[in-house]
Design a protein around this ligand. Sequence first.
Ligand code: ADP
Ligand code: MG
Length: 535
Amino acid sequence: TEPETTRPFDAEVGRLLDLVVHSLYSEREIFLRELVANAADAIDRRRFLALSDESLALPEDAAIRISIDKGARTITITDDGIGMTAEDLASHLGTIARSGTRAFAETLSQAKEADRPSLIGQFGVGFYSAFMVADEVEVISRRAGAEAAHRWVSDGRGGYRIRPATRETAGSDVILHVKSDADEYLEPVRLETILRKWADHISVPIQLERDGKFLAANEGTALWRKRKSDISEADYAEFYRHLGHMFDEPWATIHWTAEGALEFSALLFIPGHAPFAVTEDDRESHVRLHVRRMFITDDARLLPGWLRFVAGVVDTEDLPLNVSREMLQATPILARIRKALVNRVLTELKTRAKDEDAYRPFIEQFGAVLKEGIYDDNDHRADIASLARFRSTANDALTSLDAYVARMKPEQTDIYYLTGEDAERLKTSPQLEGLRAKGFEVLLLADQIDFFWPERLATYADKKLVHAGAARDIFSPAETSDALAVLAKSLQAALGDQVSEVRASSRLTDSPAALAAGGAQADLALQRLMRRAGR
Ligand code: ADP
Ligand code: MG
């Protein structure tokens, strides 16, 4: 038989454990949310894999079962999910695979002590939260399709041990040996209260043992299938938090049922706050796809990447329950659902954009991501551009392109913009001087994506978008004098091939000189950005 192995945690796990256990005391009850969520994920994963491999099929009574042994001071959370092999146990529970968890550890360690509990609101802390209430955690697991089972055990300090174990069926048991100061969690009523708070929407049955009997602890209602009139704001908000591990209020809730040629229900949320790193890491949408209530996958890219901050569920009658991965990629039904979803979200945003004050929080959180759509989305480019907001030289408020166009001077033909890395610094750029003297407004663009979309968009409301540095032909020819010509010549000689040309210009009013990008070259700030990226 295999010997027992003892291993230390990754350094990152050690740090995270320390922080979670010592700084989130007031939020301890979330351990149950995290462990039940993992159990539900494991069952969903097994159901999905079983679509292409019958031997992995879930038992008919698949559930999450929670029991308490007061005498032994243990809480056991059992699931019929996909289970873990010995290697899975080591890599999933001994290292931090998820970049989100790493980001959490970093943010938490940099946060002030007093701010830490509220930070938990923004992140899921995962499996390690078990150590907030347990001084020892055991996981007995058997991977579906495998014979062998293993037992992982740790006191949450230095490391963990793994050895062979027995388990009758596939799935996992997470056994918490409850700390002496966490007695409250050995009361079924306490656990029931926690479960009722946020687990009602988990579609997998959750059963809590009371007096020897397992009783349903969640309703498992598919909220999105209910009528809007039967759902309260609080129900929506609770479901939203459950969906995305979020703890704020949704900024927008969009719930509708499509009938006719295409039948589906959709419940989408625009979050109140950007989940950390929404612009980096993962650029795909993870809106969940259900078929007749059953969760299928959150990988179906139901929305384009520039709407990846939208969380939600789409449930359709029009696909078979045993839909395969290949079919998900090929079916025209999903393509049509995708189209309907984007249009519905755009309509919602257009409606909300009419009230600039109410719209601003959205732009602050997701404005930069939205602008990726101007670059990426051939079908909706102009619509997205009309929804974006920009800083400009006109005033301190954000402006839309429509408002810019309405303010254009009668003699102004183009929309001017200037890109850079810092909007404040752009305000003082010499490149603005000539335009400012003419009273022409300039958009100040300082997000990374701003280096890319203006050229793609090219025109808005039939006006050309022109980089301030390329707005040359509107200026009257510069006065020329012999002295200027001599100066230009000697500057040219001094700078050599660092510049292609030194030229007198009437565009500068205060500054003696400015750098400009020549005709077809990418603009200066972009050139700098690309150089830094090593291109
Ligand atoms: P996350 O759930 O966000 O990935 P966790 O720390 O909660 O992060 O869990 C880490 C990983 O451990 C999971 O991604 C999963 O692979 C594995 N895991 C945890 N609990 C279970 C379980 N009950 N069954 C199967 N795998 C699990
Ligand atoms: Mg988890």
